[in-house]
Design a protein around this ligand. Structure first.
Ligand code: PLP
Length: 404
C-alpha cells in the first residue's frame, strides 16, 4: 500500500480548493507586541500581528512573565505526573481557587487546554448521566462537538442563538431525561454574543443544566474579566462555565467551574483529566497572576475597546464590509477561499500586516474571511496603515464595497 500517495491525494484536493493551511512562522518579541519577527522568506522581517488571541497582550505582561520565571526557578519545568500521581502542585490548587472565585462558583478544575476541557467535560456528562441529552447550539466549537460525539448520548442541535427553537426542542424531550444546554458567549468567528438570559430562562423552565463556553470572553468582559456571564450578572444562573487560559490570559490551559459535586464528578470520571500530565506549575502560576491582574485592572480592556471601535469606524468610512457585532472580533468578509488567501498574502508581503485567512472547515464554504482582533497595543497608526492597505486591495481585487 502506498500510504503517502493516499495522503498526498487528499492534500492535493485541499490545495485545489484553496483550503491548504500554511502557517506563518513568527517570533513574538516581548516589549514590541503586536509587532513580531517573521521567518518567512516572502514577508518583511517585522510584521504587525492582527489576528492574535492574546487579546490583551498578557502573554508579554511583566507580572505574568515574572510569575512564570519565579515558579520555574522554584520548582522546575514539568509537573512530574498526572494530578493523581504526584503531579498536583500548590500552584494548581491556588489557580483552581482563583478560577472558582472569578466565576463565583464553589469549585474549578484545570485541564491542559480549553479544547480538552470541553471534550472531557461534555463527553463525561453525556456518557455518565443515564439517558442524558445534550442540546447544542448549531455553531458550537469543534471541541464541544468532539465531546458530544464521544459521549454517544442523544444530541439535539438547536438554531444558533435561537432560544425559541431551544424551547421547542427541550419541550419535545422526555420530562425526566437529564438535559444539558451547551452554548458559547462570544462566538469567535462571527463575533456575535448569545442571548444568554433568554437561553437560561428556557433551560430553567425545562430543568436543564446550562453549559457555557466563555473562552473568547474571559479576561475581556465583566468588571473582573469573568466573561459575558459576569457582565450581565448571570454567572450564578449558569451551572458550568468553561474557559481557557490560552487566549486573553496569555498562557495555556483550560478549565471548568461549577459546584463541588460537578467538578468532583468530572475530576473522578473524565479520562481527559485523569490520564494526562498536569500543566507545568509555572504555567499555573503565570495564569493565576494574569487572572488576578485582570480582576483588578480594567485599563487593558478599556484600551482594547477603544481600538476596536476605531477600526470599525475607519472600515465603515472606507466602505469595507465587516460583520456588525457587539464584540472585540472584526470579521471582514471575502467569501472566496482563493481571494482570501491572496489578500492575506499581499497584506503580509507588501504591508507587513499579518492576518490569517479563515477558510473551511473553520467557517462554512463561501463565508471565508479575514478576522481582525485589535488589542490595547495596536496604535492609531497601525489602524490607519491597515485600513489604507485594505482600501487599496479592495480596488485591486475587485471586492464589493459595503452598500452605503
Ligand atoms: C479556542 C477555543 C477553545 C479551545 O481552547 P484552547 O485553550 O485553545 O484549547 C474552546 N472553545 C472555543 C469557542 C474556542 O474558540
Amino acid at each position: 500500500m502506498d500510504f503517502d500517495a493516499m495522503f498526498t491525494a487528499q492534500l492535493d484536493t485541499l490545495r485545489d480548493e484553496g483550503n491548504y493551511r500554511i502557517f506563518a512562522e513568527l517570533e513574538r518579541e516581548c516589549g514590541t507586541f503586536p509587532r513580531a519577527r517573521s521567518h518567512d522568506d516572502d514577508a518583511p522581517e517585522r510584521v504587525t500581528v492582527w489576528c492574535s488571541n492574546d487579546y490583551l497582550a498578557m502573554g508579554h505582561n511583566e507580572v505574568v512573565r515574572q510569575a512564570m520565571k519565579d515558579a520555574v526557578d522554584a520548582c522546575g519545568t514539568g509537573a512530574g505526573g498526572t494530578r493523581n500521581i504526584s503531579g498536583t502542585a500548590r500552584h494548581h490548587v491556588a489557580l483552581e481557587a482563583e478560577l472558582a472565585d472569578l466565576h463565583g462558583k464553589e469549585a474549578a478544575l484545570l485541564f491542559t487546554s480549553g479544547y480538552v476541557s470541553n471534550w472531557a467535560a461534555l463527553s463525561t456528562l453525556g456518557s455518565r448521566l443515564p439517558d442524558a441529552v445534550i442540546l447544542s447550539d448549531a455553531l458550537n466549537h469543534a471541541s464541544m462537538i468532539e465531546g458530544m460525539r464521544h459521549a454517544r448520548c442523544q444530541k439535539v442541535i438547536w438554531k444558533h442563538n435561537d432560544p425559541e427553537d431551544l424551547d421547542r426542542k427541550l419541550a419535545a424531550l422526555p420530562a425526566n431525561a437529564p438535559k444539558i444546554v451547551a452554548f458559547e458567549s462570544v462566538y469567535s468567528m462571527d463575533g456575535d454574543i448569545s442571548p444568554m438570559e433568554e437561553i437560561i430562562e428556557v433551560a430553567e423552565k425545562h430543568g436543564a443544566m446550562t453549559y457555557l463556553d466563555e473562552v473568547h470572553a474571559v479576561g475581556l468582559y465583566g468588571p473582573r474579566g469573568g466573561g459575558v456571564s459576569e457582565e450581565r450578572g448571570l454567572a450564578h444562573r449558569i451551572d458550568l462555565i468553561e474557559g481557557t487560559l490560552g487566549k486573553a490570559y496569555g498562557c495555556m490551559g483550560g478549565y471548568i467551574t461549577g459546584s463541588h459535586a460537578l467538578c468532583d464528578f468530572i475530576r473522578s470520571f473524565a479520562s481527559g483529566f485523569i490520564f494526562t500530565t498536569a500543566l507545568p506549575p509555572a504555567v499555573a502560576a503565570a495564569a493565576q497572576a494574569s487572572i488576578a491582574h485582570l480582576k483588578q485592572s480594567d485599563s487593558e480592556r478599556q484600551q482594547q475597546r477603544r481600538q476596536v471601535a476605531k477600526l470599525r469606524a475607519k472600515l465603515d468610512a472606507r466602505g469595507i464590509p465587516h460583520l456588525d457585532n457587539p464584540s472585540h472580533i472584526i470579521p471582514v468578509m471575502i467569501k472566496d477561499p482563493v481571494k482570501c488567501r491572496q489578500i492575506a498574502d499581499i497584506l503580509m508581503r507588501d504591508y507587513g500586516i499579518y492576518v490569517q485567512p479563515i477558510n473551511y472547515p473553520t467557517v462554512p464554504k463561501g463565508t471565508e474571511r479575514l478576522r481582525f482582533t485589535p488589542g490595547p497595543l495596536h496604535s492609531d497608526a497601525d489602524i490607519d496603515h491597515l485600513v489604507d492597505a485594505l482600501s487599496v486591495l479592495w480596488k485591486q481585487c475587485a471586492i464589493a464595497h459595503a452598500v452605503a
